[in-house]
Design a binder for this molecule. Sequence first.
Ligand code: SF4
Length: 405
Amino acid sequence: MNAVPPVALYIHVPFCVSLCPYCDFVVYAGAAARGPRARVGAFLDALHTELELRADALDEAVGTPRPPLETVYLGGGTPSLLPPEAVAGLLERVRARFGVATDAEVTIEANPGPAERGDARGLRAAGVTRLSLGAQSLSDPELRRLGRRHGASDVADAVAAAREGGIGSVSLDLLYDLPDSSLARWAETLEVALVLDPDHLSLYALTLDDPDAEGLTGPTGDHLPTTAGARRWRERARSRQGEDRAVAQYQHAVERLAADGWRGYEISNWARPGHESRHNLVYWERRPYEAVGPGAHAFDGATRRWTGARLDGYMGALAPADGAPPRLPPGGSETLKPAMAAAEAAILGLRTDRGVALATAHEPAFADAFAWALGDQLVQVTDEERVVLTTRGRLLSNELFARMV
Ligand code: SF4
């Protein structure tokens, strides 16, 4: 039961035209996404029902009126595949049941290809204020190797269309540590990205985890099983990544973007002033957020709740075939013990350029880890008595975080 009202809402739309072999998001592709057997229409009905049930639960637990949401984020999958009217309908439902602040940030993720990027003007009219574009690379051979459907020129076209459509904030996602990449090719990708003049950049190392091995793909798990083809692709790709190269690529980005006046406000995220992702800051600041859709995670300030990734289980609960009343979809939850919650808060804080208060570093649970990190120049203390990661610390952050839990 939620004890405090959410300040943000995540909506997961789990459809893509095709499946990228490295993708660990909850995605249904191919016939499920388009054509006569598409499940999108039935899913949208179920999503509306979930929004109603989650809002009912909040009404009961927290009461009404609640403060309006500060951010809404439509992620996926490829939510830009939805017609603008469907996005407008969802946001209308959210406004009616949760309230949305007039200055709220409303983000939609989009793929750059012409058939996938959506109609920017229609999305803007629906209330979208921010576009997060899955560019991933700006090199056509790299995009082909990643199994992406778009080319580099589509990214430029998508950014231009977003600007023309009146979307005020445009973010690009790019991947480094790609198979067979090089520092020079990454530097070139970054230069091409800068020419497009985005407002925000998310730069992630390509991670090729195995959600099956991590036990995340059971009946109520928040991931889907990896296909045999994707598994083979990942094995090949992993052997062509390089740790030293990844470090050099990250370091290059840090220096290049700092020289261009960007704020690296989180380990993997850079923004022009005023374009920091308010939605993601909610996660890093450990503020409460609601979430709907398969595989989505919510947090009420104490308990993390997730919905199972499997569409059949999701639809079976929200749109029962036997005409029974809809119920909330299956999933799981976890409430961290106070010590783990404190560690999580400190780790999330360190991910950002605000870091944590010096007092946190002196807490008995963290003192050894911070003393080690200070000695090894992974962290530094600012004039405002905050402890922040250095560039070296950002690169080796996992080593510090492991010592904090
Ligand atoms: S487009 Fe994005 S969400 Fe869809 S399969 Fe590819 S990486 Fe995953």
